[in-house]
Design a protein around this ligand. Structure first.
Ligand code: FE
Ligand code: FE
Length: 165
């Protein structure tokens, strides 16, 4: 896809996010299964539900733009998920594994926070107020998820990981 304008770049960013969300929808059930902390499992499951709605919001935006959501691979999220899977294959003590899962999940959220922030700001500049609102809704969810993961890590998971053998 040739990118000649801010509008083209905006569509490309949205395609990147759509591919990212679909990869995350596939990864989250595996992460939830790999987690030992019940709260961490619930956090992943809740975010899976949110992520499905986020993908639907993007579909809504593509419809408004009369563009296809397909046709771009998000290499960034692919790489982050790959690294997370390598870590899950390490056969570490349960809490250490949980601490690693949180680290991987937060990398994903930060990628999304950056990308949704950019897309929302482009949408505003292009005058797509409704799309900016939808993108901002997702951006807030990603931020809240990131904070929740920090709270879980700091409240007990990192300490359990530190004392695990
Ligand atoms: Fe997301
Ligand atoms: Fe997310």
């Amino acid at each position: 896809m040739k990118i000649n304008s801010l509008h083209d770049l905006y569509v490309m960013e949205l395609k990147d996010l759509y591919d990212a969300e679909n990869r995350i929808i596939k990864a989250l059930p595996k992460m939830s299964e790999a987690a030992s902390s019940q709260e961490l499992r619930s956090a992943f499951q809740l975010h899976l539900e949110q992520t499905r709605r986020q993908a639907e919001r993007l579909e809504q935006i593509f419809e408004q733009l009369d563009e296809s959501p397909k046709g771009h691979k998000c290499k960034g999220i692919e790489g982050i998920i790959d690294e997370g899977e390598d870590l899950m294959g390490e056969d570490s003590p349960a809490a250490v594994c949980d601490a690693g899962l949180i680290g991987s999940a937060q990398r994903v959220e930060h990628y999304e926070i950056a990308a949704y922030g950019t897309a929302r700001t482009f949408a505003r500049r292009l005058g797509y107020e409704e799309q900016a609102r939808l993108l901002n809704e997702t951006l807030q969810e990603e931020g809240a998820t990131d904070k929740k993961l920090t709270t879980l890590a700091e409240s007990y998971i990192n300490e359990e990981a530190r004392s695990a053998k």
